[in-house]
Design a protein around this ligand. Structure first.
Ligand code: NAD
Ligand code: TYD
Length: 379
């Protein structure tokens, strides 16, 4: 049995990861550390926590006393760090918070882990480490900057971040590697492309577009919509992380992506047409529409769900043009490949949102504190 500290698991990818671990890896116990910022929601993992395999602590990864006390209490074997401020647009509004959480928070975790895991010194003065421990950093392809029409990011692509978000993630990666090079800390890093799937907070492109369509609102496309992202189904990402945690070589970076490049405008159009199709095939789904317009047949109309909802808005400052990952290394070394094609994944995702509108309302209500009080007071 190994005990994992999983940070940020009340957010999108971390929540999917602990659900994936609990389902597929009976040899793992999990302790979640999450600050429950606007992006974290305890309800997302309410069914997963509070049993002998998974417990939850609310707190900041940058809180040294708290993180040290968790290491002392649980004797972690593995740390998987998802916790971060993750939205590029917010990083343009408030760069400082990204520096604090993503850089200082990561360095704090590294230092706590070092204190807990070092057993002595070797002949050259390098620390020696407890058998089987691992620090894993969840990073992003955005550290590589932006591509033109051709080429892919490999692990050797020079780091060239543009946004405050990607600059903070790059800096965190450099600290992780510095702890490996300087202290021989057993670390790994994964850098993935844009994830999509269940529990994605509706400020990011795909869930925002779905939410706006259901509300009959305009769909904001930044610039001319030609920017390209390489979409990865979240469960494929979780599988890749676990493969790297278990079998990845220490001190190595692994890129994770699925050759699923799409222009933003294609994503938006596909989301519109898929919602229209699903609501045509299964009229029951129309119940979730907030825009209630009756058609001639007396049913809720979906005639207005079309490309006229699209509105081109002012471009994001410093907007990276194209991301595309070369996943050869993780495929050849660890046998990972993305199992979910975009065509299948986008339908699964949209259907999840149609069936989980209560979750969307919960995470956008701003009333997460209520959950916390109800579930954790007095513990
Ligand atoms: P998210 O914003 O959905 O969730 C982040 C979580 O971290 C939230 O639960 C939040 O409460 C928590 N958190 C924030 N600050 C914290 C702090 N100081 N201490 C403890 N917890 C804190 O993010 P996500 O999309 O799930 O991304 C997870 C990780 O994956 C991030 O490190 C992100 O940079 C990386 N990543 C995400 C994507 C993507 O497409 N979403 C792509 C590449 C990399
Ligand atoms: P986003 O989901 O914020 O992820 P990232 O910036 O990390 O790639 O955005 C994905 C792409 O969609 C990005 O090119 C910006 C664009 N975008 C829009 O066009 N409209 C929107 O409302 C949002 C949130 C993003």
């Amino acid at each position: 049995m190994k005990t994992y500290l999983v940070t940020g698991a009340a957010g999108f990818i971390g929540a999917n990861y602990i659900k994936y671990l609990l389902k597929n890896y009976p040899d793992v116990k999990i302790v979640v550390l999450d600050l429950l910022t606007y992006a974290g929601n305890l309800g997302t993992i309410a069914k997963d926590i509070d049993n002998d395999r998974c417990t939850f602590h609310r707190g900041n990864i940058g809180d040294r006393a708290l993180v040290d006390s968790l290491f002392a209490e649980y004797k972690f074997d593995v740390v998987v760090n998802f916790a971060a401020e993750s939205h590029v647009d917010r990083s343009i509004e408030n760069p400082q918070l990204f520096l604090e959480t993503n850089i200082l928070g990561t360095q704090n975790l590294l230092d706590s882990a070092r204190k807990a895991w070092v057993t002595g010194k070797d002949e050259q003065g390098y620390p020696t480490w407890r058998e089987g421990v691992r620090y894993h950093q969840v990073s992003t392809d955005e550290v590589y900057g932006s591509l033109g029409d051709e080429g892919y990011f490999t692990e050797d692509t020079p780091l060239c971040p543009h946004s405050p978000y990607s600059a903070s993630k790059t800096s965190a990666d450099l600290f992780v590697m510095a702890y490996h090079d300087t202290f021989h800390m057993p670390v790994t890093i994964t850098r993935c492309s844009n994830n999509y799937g269940p529990y994605h907070f509706p400020e990011k492109l795909i869930p925002l577009i779905i939410k706006n369509i259901l509300e009959g609102k305009k769909l904001p496309v930044y610039g001319d919509g030609s920017n390209v992202r390489d979409w990865l189904y979240v469960e494929d990402h979780c599988k890749a992380i676990e493969m790297v945690v278990r079998n990845g070589r220490v001190g190595q970076v692994y890129n994770v992506g699925g050759h699923n490049e799409k222009k933003n405008i294609e994503i938006v159009r596909l989301t519109i047409s898929t919602i229209h199709r699903l609501m045509t095939e299964t009229p029951e789904y129309r119940k979730v529409l907030k825009k209630k317009e009756l058609g001639a047949d007396g049913q809720l109309s979906i005639d207005w769900i079309n490309d006229s909802l699209i509105t081109y808005v002012k471009d994001r400052l410093g907007h990276d043009q194209r991301y595309a990952i070369d996943p050869t290394k993780i495929k050849e070394e660890l046998g990972w490949y993305p199992e979910t094609t975009f065509e299948v994944g986008i339908v699964k995702t949209i259907e999840w949102y149609l069936n989980n509108q209560a979750w969307v309302e919960e995470v956008t209500s701003g009333d997460y504190q209520h959950y916390y009080e109800r579930m954790y007071t007095g513990r």
